[in-house]
Design a binder for this molecule. Structure first.
Ligand SMILES: O=C(O)C1=C[C@@H](OP(=O)(O)O)[C@@H](O)[C@H](O)C1
Ligand SMILES: C=C(OP(=O)(O)O)C(=O)O
Length: 437
């Protein structure tokens, strides 16, 4: 364990650049490995989760090599020609790696065993096992549809039409990726829109993929036995990583900071919308497109935040940002009510109970409901801070959220283990220390 106490350090000033988007980084390695020829990637997030994806693709025959800082070269083997991995694929802490790779393996004539850390081994995989079984893949999973599990791919797999029972980009992507090597047309129906990086990138690599709006639902169709063409990809900065610095800038008095290169895909930008509704001053400058995704630099100034009732409909577009939002709400004036967040209970930790416990320990007024938190903010007064360390439960987002809470506290916040931060944002502490200095 690597504990650290995060102290109040005065106004945050300066300019930072957040690392590449985790979702897009995973997908660029996976699709690069399934194209024939060399894909070049810049701005790749070199966090542990993405490195687990790269190692898995290498174990199945592709080449994925680092050639510079965030610069990667991927030599793909082509859809349908992945090799049987010789050892279990270690997914570490990464749900995205696991679920998307299960989809890829499901329609290849290979089998693969997936293992992971204690957090990942507690997360539900039934949500991908169900549709992939319908496509013909066979599974041997641990109790409750958990890791370790083995997938035996079906070849040829059967195309299905699948309506997502949970709003999950990982489930959607698993089925679309399985569809890549399945004869005919695989269809995913999405009643609630989730991040659309897979759709954008599959098209970019030349897959025949269509999206149609039908009766308020998104109907996504992909034609299988696709031939993917290698691409040059520039990965935009991760809004989920930027969120910690946006919240820090808003709650620490006197702060003014610029966060460069933040991806603002509408399926990801819910946090900016909600913080603005709370009174947060977040200005967008230099709007542009990077790697087919909208991007801007954000200028964030300390603001008097107001509590809010968060519309559960925005949840999918800020699903990983709720821990950071809960910190902002703890410092806002009045009550913030969130609901419809059952999915937060099956992330790296149960993020509702983990954040309720950690914020309460830091002096926030918070209560937990079945599907959300209710927070009565301080109106800008700093939190008391913690005595004992708060528990992160192997969850990077709990660690980073509570680090930010420490900046707006009197006594600081002690985090029991900062190691999980490296899964998604290895330079987080260095950036934070640089701004505070
Ligand atoms: O597809 C992706 O890259 C992701 C989808 C989301 O998970 P769910 O699909 O489980 O909601 C998100 O929480 C995760 O961090 C990344
Ligand atoms: C939920 C997350 O990731 P994953 O599902 O890939 O572990 C996250 O990064 O917050």
């Amino acid at each position: 364990m690597r504990p650290r106490r995060f102290f109040p350090a005065g106004a945050l000033k300066g300019t930072i650049r957040v690392p590449g988007d985790k979702s897009i980084s995973h997908r660029s390695i996976m699709l690069g490995a399934l194209a024939v020829g060399e894909t070049r990637v810049t701005g790749l997030l070199e966090g542990e989760d993405v490195l687990a994806t790269a190692a898995a693709m290498r174990a199945m025959g592709a080449q994925a090599e680092r050639v510079g800082d965030g610069e990667w070269s991927v030599h793909g083997v082509g859809v349908g020609t992945l090799l049987q991995p010789q050892a279990p694929l270690d997914m570490g802490n990464s749900g995205t790696s696991t679920r998307l790779l299960m989809g890829i393996v499901a329609s290849h004539p290979i089998s693969a065993t997936f293992v992971g850390d204690a957090s990942l081994s507690n997360r539900p995989m039934g949500r991908v096992i169900d549709p992939l079984s319908q496509m013909g893949a066979a599974f041997e999973a641990s109790e409750g549809g958990r890791l370790p599990l083995t997938v035996r791919g079906a070849y040829p797999a059967v195309p299905i039409e699948y309506r997502l029972p949970v709003a999950s980009a990982q489930v959607k992507s698993a089925v679309l990726l399985a569809g890549l090597n399945t004869p005919g047309v695989t269809t995913v129906i999405e009643p609630v829109p989730t991040r659309d990086h897979s759709e954008r990138m599959l098209r970019g690599f030349g897959a025949e993929l269509t999206v149609e709006e039908l009766g308020g639902e998104r109907v996504i169709r992909i034609r299988g036995e696709a031939e993917l063409k290698p691409q040059t990809i520039e990965v935009p900065g991760d809004p989920s990583s930027a969120a910690f610095f946006i919240v820090a800038g808003l709650i620490v008095p006197g702060s003014e900071l610029t966060i460069q290169n933040v991806g603002l895909n509408p399926t990801r930008a819910g946090i900016v919308e909600i913080l603005r509704k709370m009174g947060g001053q977040i200005e967008e400058v230099n709007r542009r497109e990077v790697g087919g995704e909208p991007v801007a630099d954000l200028v964030v100034r300390h603001s008097d935040l107001q509590g809010i009732a968060v519309d559960p409909a925005v949840a999918p577009s800020m699903i990983d940002e709720f821990p950071a939002l809960f910190v902002a709400a703890s410092l806002a004036k009045g009550r913030t009510v969130t609901s419809g967040l059952d999915e937060l209970r099956v992330k790296e930790s149960d993020r509702l109970s983990a954040m309720a416990a950690a914020l309460a320990a830091a002096g926030a007024r918070v209560s937990e409901t079945e599907d959300g938190l209710i927070i009565d903010g301080t109106g800008g007064e700093p939190l008391a801070g913690t005595q004992a360390a708060v528990t992160t439960h192997l969850d990077h987002r709990i660690a980073m959220s509570m680090a930010i809470a420490g900046l707006a506290s009197r006594a600081g916040v002690e985090v029991d283990d900062t190691r999980p931060i490296a899964t998604s944002f290895p330079v987080f502490e260095a950036l934070l220390d640089g701004l505070a200095a």
